[in-house]
Design a protein around this ligand. Structure first.
Ligand SMILES: [Cu+2]
Length: 222
């Protein structure tokens, strides 16, 4: 009995010490059990989703002998025992980053997280400028070239701006495959611009109508 009383006294002392420390930091309340409930709330009772960096006192009420409350993140790794219950307090120095709390035996269904500091958002991907191509049909040939007049051997999927030069009143030019299906009419002579979105596949270009049909080419798009 005296030993028990001593234990009780030291527990009270511990609570007093914790209380004193608690005054230095903002209070957070963790709770686990009964059942599969786990939560972390601020002083106003609201679910913690984001905090400013700083000192905090986390008071955890562990209400179950099957669960524990385990909080970890940058510079922090604290937990209550699985088979123990009761109230336990921790001082936390939270810095910018993501923190997670779980019940170790049931991390799959008992977990939560919050961020500290600025929430880092990944910047939107920088849009690649469209590739520029020239598609030309004359009475003799159909060619697909770069603006520097080099033949196109391969293309990357994405946007393309194609300057189409139809120099033949007897043929149209067509572009098909890789998500594209465009053509000029047989009679048309002139220059048009096609803005297309190339997807992976094979881009086929050639002429149509009047025989002989001019063979163009095939370009892999990946
Ligand atoms: Cu659990």
């Amino acid at each position: 009995m005296p030993r028990l009383r001593l234990a009780a006294a030291s527990a009270v002392l511990a609570l007093v010490v914790v209380g004193a420390v608690g005054a230095a930091g903002t209070g957070l309340n963790g709770s686990v059990g009964p059942g599969f409930a786990i939560s972390l709330k601020d002083g106003s009772g609201a679910q913690v989703t984001r905090l400013d960096a700083g000192a905090f006192t986390l008071t955890v009420e562990d209400k179950s002998e099957e669960h524990n409350f385990h909080l970890f993140g940058p510079g922090v790794d604290v937990s209550t025992g699985i088979e123990t219950t009761g109230t336990k307090a921790f001082t936390l120095d939270l810095v910018d980053g993501k923190y997670t709390f779980i019940c170790d035996p049931h991390a799959g269904r008992m977990s939560g997280s919050f961020t500290v500091g600025e929430v880092t958002t990944t910047p939107p991907p920088v849009a690649k400028p469209p590739v520029r191509l020239n598609l030309t049909v004359t009475s003799k040939a159909v060619t697909l070239t770069t603006p520097a007049a080099k033949p196109v051997k391969a293309l990357a999927a994405g946007s393309a701006v194609i300057t189409v030069r139809d120099r033949s009143a007897a043929r149209g030019v067509r572009l098909a495959g890789a998500g594209v299906s465009r053509s000029t009419t047989v009679k048309f002579v002139g220059t048009v611009t096609w803005k297309v979105k190339l997807s992976a596949g094979t881009l086929v270009y050639g002429s149509d109508a009047r025989k002989p049909v001019l063979k163009g080419g095939r370009v892999p798009v990946s």
